[in-house]
Design a protein around this ligand. Structure first.
Ligand code: C2E
Ligand code: MG
Ligand code: MG
Ligand code: MG
Length: 291
């Protein structure tokens, strides 16, 4: 109604446009403030989603996924609040928190004798732009007595495309220390493949949209096969994200993916539940575990 009225008013539609923009900015600003309060008020948690061997189904790693459950108001998806945090700059404090919490949890599980290779954390573009981002990662590991093989990072293609020389150097240094570096959402960025030459990548995570459409779409299957081929030729681990059913899993096994992540095996779970799964106290059956 407001829109139609704005049209009728002619110049009013411009006003409507600015009004809409203004509302969006106010909303975003409010969310950023709430998020900051959530960070201080311990409303944030990490959930963990296992990556399993495509062949044996055995858990190899966990991906840490940030969750925000506001005391009041509806839950906000990470896609949305991460974007807001990136724009407001809060991402740096959020990123520090995620790093710290993942390291703390990794160390705790190690001390408890829980078998687990590593925990991977997501790092977004603006986080890498902070000059001391790699130093902070090294320091965080040291604080918790962890080795570089116990925490990995996931970056998207676009992040690498925009990366400058300093970031390139920092990533190579991580790589030489033994860090695992995965390309997240592989195949959906704006990139050419040439970044695979320049950046020290150790794994490709094929975006879940390909996995989702693979059973009915020869094109998606072709792209996935090509990704496995390139990945393996470059000596990388290849991971399929978003596997939700048996048919998708069969295709992924045929295509020789190394690792699988998706609701078919496990949803992202709170730490306590994850620990029970890692200790073998809970046997997952597909779709059982609510994230
Ligand atoms: P992502 O890194 O690609 O994470 C995978 C997303 O796919 C997660 O969404 C996960 O819950 C979801 N997923 C896993 N298996 C399935 C499945 O079988 N089916 C479907 N439909 N979805 C599945 P989530 O947790 O909502 O996170 C969304 C995005 O937010 C992440 O995408 C990542 O880009 C970002 N994110 C999450 N946590 C962090 C964080 O700590 N730091 C940063 N910088 N970004 C984060
Ligand atoms: Mg990820
Ligand atoms: Mg992903
Ligand atoms: Mg994704």
């Amino acid at each position: 109604v407001a829109k139609n009225r704005a049209k009728l008013e002619g110049r009013g539609s411009v006003r409507f446009f600015y009004q809409h923009l203004h509302d969006e900015l106010v909303r975003e600003h409010r969310m950023a403030e709430n998020l900051e309060r959530a960070l201080d008020g311990h409303e944030l948690t990490l959930h963990y989603q296992p990556q399993v061997s495509a062949i044996s189904g055995r858990i190899e790693n966990l991906e840490a996924l940030l969750r925000w459950e506001p005391r009041e108001g509806p839950t906000v998806s990470p896609h949305e609040f991460i974007r807001v945090a990136e724009r407001s700059g809060l991402i740096h404090r959020l990123g520090d928190w995620v790093m710290e919490e993942a390291c703390r949890q990794r160390a705790q599980w190690r001390d408890a004798g829980v078998l687990l290779e590593r925990i991977d954390i997501n790092i977004s573009g603006r986080q890498l732009s902070r000059p001391d981002v790699f130093e902070r990662l090294h320091q965080c590991l040291a604080r918790h007595g962890l080795g570089p093989r116990e925490i990995g990072i996931e970056l998207t293609e676009n992040v690498l495309i925009e990366a400058d020389g300093r970031i390139l150097e920092g990533l190579w240094e991580l790589y030489h220390c033994g860090f695992r570096i995965a390309i997240d959402d592989f195949g959906t960025g704006y990139s050419s493949l040439s970044y695979l030459k320049r950046f020290p990548v150790t794994a490709l995570k094929i975006d879940r949209t390909f996995v989702r459409d693979a059973p009915g779409e020869p094109k998606d299957r072709a792209i996935m096969e090509a990704a496995v081929f390139i990945g393996h030729r470059l000596g990388l681990e290849v991971v399929a994200e978003g596997v939700e059913d048996q048919r998708q899993l069969e295709l992924i096994r045929e295509m020789k993916f190394d690792l699988v992540q998706g609701y078919y095996f496990y949803r992202p779970m709170p730490a306590a539940m994850t620990e029970r799964v890692l200790l073998g106290l809970v046997v997952s059956s597909p779709g059982d575990l609510q994230g």
